[in-house]
Design a binder for this molecule. Structure first.
Ligand code: TRH
Length: 372
């Protein structure tokens, strides 16, 4: 039986998340749903940061079962063979020739726009809707990731949670000294004060920082001696380990072995929830503070059935850190630290609830199967 062909389109706005989410989706479509998947991406070098076998200079390559193509090489006249399904990553826009070919095809490919993740309630009301295209006889469906059964769910690879539990079982959970922190955040003016609090704290703490993250704060706190990947720096009770960028699977393991995960944007935010450890989220900064609405909406959902003390400690620390207020962040660390065992237990319950929801990629495949 011919495998259905899915083309995923991605334009890297900045950072890694657009590429990270589209790559994770493409990999899973190929690996778990036996689909013929092509990822068209504009900045292949971004992908190569966390998928080392990707070669940015090669026009077409097959990696992890996915055909990887430069978006710049997409056909400009006449698309030879259209796929059955087109996934447009985060409204990135499809090449004109592609749209023209889709409009002439009968039937046209199923066109789905993968939206950004939000916990805001309005997402439940728009997920799965179609919008007719003004200039072309095509309709585009909207797929909204989310945290309820009325959304498109979250990406969760098969056996992810079993793999996580097997990995964690080998950790010396009881002897959790030093406290392990992973710090993957945007530039944040609160960090030097937080580093001070950690180095002057009453317990040893190891903070793993991926290379290129928090460099301005490290530069300020270390008077210009920013460690490079593979280097460590110790002050007081705190040790900083700067790590090279890891693969997405290795990054998961970093999150699984840590007691506290600072994550950002979208994909690492989801991965921290699957890691079921205490975590701090710094949403991608947006105009008019829209990212704070996303944070508050998530906290509303996440903090239900969390005891009041832990819920207050969580919210206070997330708000201080996202306000980039050093003094408040340093002061909010102790109550947050005191809550991390409770937050980890809560994180497991939360993860179990999420795992009971329809999984995003399987949902997309089922949606397509019902329409092709
Ligand atoms: O890098 P980000 O800030 O990406 C952002 C967000 O996705 C945001 O929603 C989007 O609007 C903006 O890009 C344009 O954060 P995010 O989403 O966590 O993506 C990081 C990716 O990098 C994720 O897939 C995990 C991966 N990663 C690794 O694979 N290895 C690593 O060592 C690290 C640190 C990250």
């Amino acid at each position: 039986m011919n495998r259905l062909r899915w083309d995923v389109f991605c334009r890297v706005v900045d950072n890694y998340g657009d590429a990270g989410v589209c790559w994770r989706l493409a990999r899973q479509l190929a690996a778990e749903h036996a689909l013929d998947v092509t990822l068209w991406i504009d900045r292949v070098a971004t992908l190569a940061r966390f998928q080392p076998e990707v070669r940015p200079d090669v026009p077409s390559q097959s990696v992890a079962g996915v055909t990887l193509r430069h978006l710049a090489d997409a056909p400009t006249t006449g698309v030879p063979a259209l796929p059955d399904v087109v996934i447009e990553g985060f409204g990135c826009g499809l090449p004109d020739a592609y749209l023209a070919a889709m409009a002439q095809a009968s039937p046209p490919p199923l066109w789905i726009n993968l939206e950004y993740l939000s916990a805001e309630p309005w997402v439940d009301t728009v997920h799965g809707l179609a919008s007719p295209q003004p200039r072309l006889p095509l309709e585009r469906f909207f797929w909204f990731p989310g945290f309820t059964a009325h959304t498109g769910g979250l990406i969760r690879e098969a056996r992810l949670l079993d793999t996580r539990d097997a990995f964690a079982a080998n950790l010396q959970e009881q002897a959790r000294q030093p406290l392990r922190v992973t710090l993957f955040c945007y530039p944040n003016r609160a960090l030097p004060a937080l580093f001070d609090a950690w180095s002057e704290g009453d317990e040893p703490l190891v903070c793993a920082i991926p290379e290129g993250v928090a460099t301005a704060a490290l530069d300020e706190w270390l008077q210009g001696n920013v460690p490079h990947a593979g280097q460590s720096f110790a002050r007081g009770r705190m040790q900083l380990d700067v790590l090279p960028f890891a693969t997405q699977d290795a990054f998961d393991r970093m999150l699984w072995r840590s007691d506290v995960n600072f994550v950002r944007g979208e994909d690492s935010f989801v991965r921290a929830q699957w890691a079921a450890r205490a975590f701090v989220w710094q949403p991608y900064p947006q105009d008019e503070n829209a990212h704070r609405l996303k944070m508050d909406a998530f906290l509303d959902r996440y903090a239900t059935d969390l005891d009041l003390r832990s819920s207050a400690a969580l919210a206070a620390f997330w708000q201080a850190f996202n306000d980039e207020d050093g003094a408040r962040t340093a002061a909010a660390w102790a109550p947050f630290r005191a809550a991390i065992t409770d937050l980890a237990a809560h994180g497991r319950r939360w993860g179990e609830r999420l795992a009971a929801l329809p999984e995003l990629t399987a949902g997309l495949v089922g949606f397509a199967r019902n329409r092709l």
